[in-house]
Design a protein. Structure first.
Length: 207
């Protein structure tokens, strides 16, 4: 599995001619295609290659990364947005945001709660300022977003991102649906860097 993630990293570097710093949005068509697993391991892979990487849980409806990393979801994006006075100059130390260093070069930003109507937050100037400031602090920012086949969150966040990785679980979603939502994402002018095929069966069927 580690070699597979290194392969994705290398292919991304080749496709983008090494100009890979920025925000990577990761989404899928439906739940349970493995996008959070892939987002987490890609962030770790970038970190292992010397990139200061930040993984952000932007599935504000059903956050899961805090559970995967076995930490509480008390600080995070939602809690920070509610605070009236936040200093962008010391963003990485802000206790309301709670950016956590999980291992060298690998940082995690949680949702800080649950919001059933997150699309209303995505055009807030405060959120735009947060992402702009984080761009200055990190080489790579990976956004783990909800499935684009269920919610519009990924389409809205793609407008703030540089690259898209689209996760497809083997034999789960029709090619027609994948193509439909890939075309929707392309309309945002964010670059689709590639599709990640996940869960390929071992043995002869993998051909």
């Amino acid at each position: 599995a580690s070699e597979s993630f290194r392969g994705i990293f290398s292919q991304f570097e080749i496709i983008e001619s090494g100009n890979t710093n920025g925000i990577i949005l990761i989404t899928s068509t439906l739940p349970n295609e493995g996008k959070s697993l892939i987002a987490s391991n890609l962030a770790a892979t970038f970190a292992n290659h010397g990139k200061k990487s930040l993984l952000i849980d932007f599935d504000l409806r059903r956050p899961s990364l805090h559970s995967n990393f076995e930490i509480k979801n008390s600080p995070g994006v939602l809690k920070w947005l509610k605070e009236p006075n936040c200093n962008l100059d010391s963003i990485t130390e802000d206790p309301h945001l709670g950016i956590t260093e999980y291992c060298p070069n690998f940082y995690l930003l949680r949702t800080g709660g649950i919001n059933r109507k997150p699309t209303e937050l995505f055009n807030q100037e405060k959120l735009n300022q947060l992402l702009l400031t984080l761009r200055e602090q990190f080489d790579i920012i990976i956004l783990d977003t909800p499935p684009v086949g269920l919610f519009p969150d990924a389409l809205l966040l793609a407008q703030k991102s540089d690259f898209i990785f689209y996760v497809c679980r083997f034999n789960k979603v029709s090619m027609f649906k994948i193509q439909h939502f890939v075309d929707k994402l392309k309309e945002t002018n964010c670059k689709l860097s590639g599709l990640v095929l996940n869960g390929i069966p071992a043995g002869r069927a993998s051909g």
